[in-house]
Design a protein around this ligand. Structure first.
Ligand SMILES: CC(C)=CCC[C@@H](C)[C@H]1CC[C@H]2C3=C(CC[C@]12C)[C@@]1(C)CC[C@H](O)C[C@@H]1CC3
Ligand SMILES: C[S@@+](CC[C@H](N)C(=O)[O-])C[C@H]1O[C@@H](n2cnc3c(N)ncnc32)[C@H](O)[C@@H]1O
Length: 374
């Protein structure tokens, strides 16, 4: 048995045991937490947090980079239910315009990527790091393409396929296990490839982009919303490094790279960069991170009061207090509070990084695989 087969079997078994025997259709976050295996939940939290001891020296960082696969696997086993509860089925940020409803802005961000990638009816498209498939379903409906989503988290794949079947899209769109550091599709399979806020989990962007390059047809396009530290970021500045660290620990990221590293990685993989644009502007009338600040003045739709209460500072405090109470009463598994604490770190780091313009979750790159390779 190869190492990869063994790892996959172990991860599949872990997910089956961790999430208990509740049907995959259950949507209530508290019910999902109650039905988790307490022992395994606590072991998953330990496994994830043992990597995060506050250190950012080279040895510690290399350890995190080496264990990227198990680390993000554990992270998403812990946070997926919270993400769905607080954010919905698309696990990404978006640009807001005045008057925007949250769900409309999220979908528009997906349409923009599909448009910039030039996805056409009938194209075979790969979604790299597909989450529970919110963007994939939307892009399939928007373009009428055929789409495969890959993900290294078995729990998310189950939920992605469940939602897709429910929406009657399962003939056009499906989700499989895979590691974007080792894509197993034959060379030149896809017309287009996209990734939304996923490849930031890679331990090495060049190796990840090279895998994408390999599976794209010559002339094919790769479009990505990359998470990067901007040109303003200075790794030797303690405050900046602390912000990046909060983003790393709270979002399951082995190491945040700079925009410069991402550009070089695309070029070194053989791509020709057609467009590069940071869609997050500091002077945007409505900042991308506002759902996490709970700035009520930006809310322009009645439905969004509920969504943004959950994601706001106050709403998070309320959720975290409830989680703490339920864990103390042993109603939900041990370790759940440590998960909400890590998510709080994420929110703080993201907002601070966004406000200071040190970080962007929407560095858009559109890159082409040349028709003739060197
Ligand atoms: C991790 C990466 C690369 C992308 C995910 C981006 C966002 C969808 C998440 C980043 C931080 C998350 C938090 C929540 C939802 C999803 C994020 C915004 C919550 C609002 C979910 C509900 C919890 O009670 C609080 C969370 C704070 C962080
Ligand atoms: C923040 S989520 C974004 C999901 C999706 N793109 C969306 O916008 O809803 C990041 C995704 O990348 C996946 N991921 C992380 N590391 C991966 C890897 N090595 N191979 C494949 N998928 C990975 C996670 O499991 C998760 O689904």
């Amino acid at each position: 048995m190869t190492d990869t087969t063994e790892l996959r079997q172990r991860q599949k078994q872990w997910v089956d045991n961790l999430h208990g025997d509740k049907p995959v259709e259950v949507n209530n976050v508290f019910w999902k937490l109650i039905s988790k295996d307490s022992n395994l939940q606590s072991q998953t939290v330990d496994k994830y947090l043992e990597q995060w001891d506050g250190k950012t020296d080279n040895v510690t960082e290399n350890r995190r980079l080496d264990s990227y696969n198990e680390n993000t696997f554990s992270y998403y086993n812990l946070v997926t239910d919270f993400y769905e509860y607080g954010w919905g089925q698309s696990f990404h940020f978006c640009k807001f315009f005045i008057g925007d409803k949250f769900t409309d802005a999220i979908k528009r961000h997906e349409h923009v990527l599909a448009h910039r990638a030039g996805i056409q009816q009938g194209d075979l498209v790969l979604d790299v790091g597909c989450g529970v498939g919110g963007p994939a379903r939307e892009i399939t409906k928007f373009t009428n393409c055929h789409l495969i989503g890959i993900n290294n988290n078995d729990y998310q794949i189950k939920r992605a396929n469940m939602y897709t079947k429910k929406e009657g899209l399962d003939k056009q769109c499906h989700f499989v296990k895979g590691d974007f550091m080792n894509l197993e599709f034959p060379e030149a399979t896809f017309d287009k490839v996209y990734a939304i806020e996923a490849t930031v989990h890679a331990p090495n962007l060049k190796d990840c982009y090279s895998q994408i390059y390999k599976v794209l047809k010559p002339g094919g396009v790769f479009a990505v919303y990359e998470w990067v530290m901007t040109d303003k970021y200075d790794a030797s500045n303690e405050e900046h490094r602390k912000i990046a660290y909060n983003i790393e620990i709270g979002d399951g990221i082995p190491k945040m790279f700079t925009k410069e590293v991402a550009v070089k990685a695309l070029e070194d993989s053989g791509f020709e960069i057609i467009e590069q644009e940071d869609l997050a502007n500091l002077d945007d009338p409505v900042p991308w991170y506002y759902p996490l600040t709970g700035d009520w003045k930006y809310i322009q739709n009645l439905n969004d009061y509920l969504t943004f209460f959950r994601t706001s500072y106050l709403g998070r405090k309320l959720t975290n207090t409830m989680i703490y109470g339920l864990e103390t009463l042993k109603i939900i598994p041990k370790g759940s509070t440590r998960v909400t604490d890590a998510l709080e770190n994420a929110a703080v780091g993201l907002v601070e990084g966004g406000k200071q313009g040190l970080f962007t979750p929407m560095m858009l790159f559109v890159a082409r695989k040349p028709l003739i390779q060197d």
